[in-house]
Design a protein around this ligand. Structure first.
Ligand code: NHR
Ligand code: GAR
Length: 225
């Protein structure tokens, strides 16, 4: 017997492989997930994640920026593809295109991103290389609300890994991604259960403002959340 529970529709934006997208789709099928992936969109028609989404039974298509179009025009094209799904949440999963202020305002407080660093360290690109060059002892990934400020919206959850002396960009990226696949479905679930929200330019969890991101290793250790 199946128990039918309401699932909030979400839309995922990708540009590449889509391993986070896959983790999100797979976890959405858990009985208690609270969300379903209604649509996957990519700015790149070649993104491997598009075929992977279809293989998992999720509609997927590319919305390609016109050569002449500016960010605002592309944001409107994306919104036209997203809005028929009426998603509760828009999830950036390796989406590599900066979104217009207009787009961010349209889905205000309803866009999450996962960024491959321990924000506020290393916003922007090439985070693994930069962490290695700085001889960081720790590195990781952060889920945050998207605001107009690039990689600057309030952080929700963070997972840390130790940097080994023999790490290179690829080995570091691989271990960070394993953590990403754990924390992103958790954050999306919190949002879709109504536990996580964005208000007053802050992230709130269970009615309390987060002064910093939840540390995944701490919830693991306590078996909670
Ligand atoms: N948009 C807004 N408004 N705010 C954020 O915080 C965003 C965003 C869009 C994407 C993801 C982000 C990341 O996790 C993200 C956060 C792309 C770039 C970038 O420089 C920077 C940050 C992120 C994603 N993109 C170039 C651009 O001109 C293109 C780079 C490329 O195609 O390789 O859009 O790191
Ligand atoms: C992830 O590691 C994500 O953190 C990063 O790209 C990878 C996408 O992998 N995002 C960014 O760098 C955003 N600028 P995936 O396509 O396999 O999920």
């Amino acid at each position: 017997m199946s128990i039918k529970t309401h699932r909030e529709p979400i839309v995922i934006l990708i540009s590449g492989r889509g391993s986070n997208m896959r983790a999100l789709i797979e976890r959405s099928r858990d009985a208690a997930a609270g969300y379903e992936v209604a649509l996957v969109l990519s700015d790149k028609p070649s993104a491997a994640g598009l075929a992977a989404a279809r293989d998992l039974g999720v509609p997927a298509r590319a919305v390609v920026p016109a050569e002449t179009a500016d960010r605002a025009a592309y944001g409107r094209d994306l919104a036209a593809a997203i809005d028929p799904c009426a998603p509760s949440l828009v999830v950036l999963a390796g989406f590599m295109r900066i979104l217009s202020a207009e787009f961010v305002a349209r889905y205000s407080g309803r866009i999450l991103n996962i960024h491959p660093s321990l924000l506020p360290k290393y916003p922007g690109l090439h985070t693994h290389r930069r962490a290695l060059e700085a001889h960081e002892a720790e590195h990781g990934a952060t889920v945050h609300f998207v605001t107009e400020q690039l990689d600057g919206g309030p952080a929700v959850i963070q997972a840390r890994i130790k940097v080994n002396p023999d790490d290179d960009e690829d080995s570091l990226a691989a271990r960070v991604q394993t953590e990403e696949h754990r924390i992103y479905p958790l954050a999306v679930r919190w949002f879709c259960e109504g536990r996580l929200r964005y208000a007053e330019e802050r992230a709130w969890l269970d009615g309390t403002v987060l002064s910093g991101p939840v540390q995944y290793d701490e919830i693991e250790a306590s078996g909670g959340r």
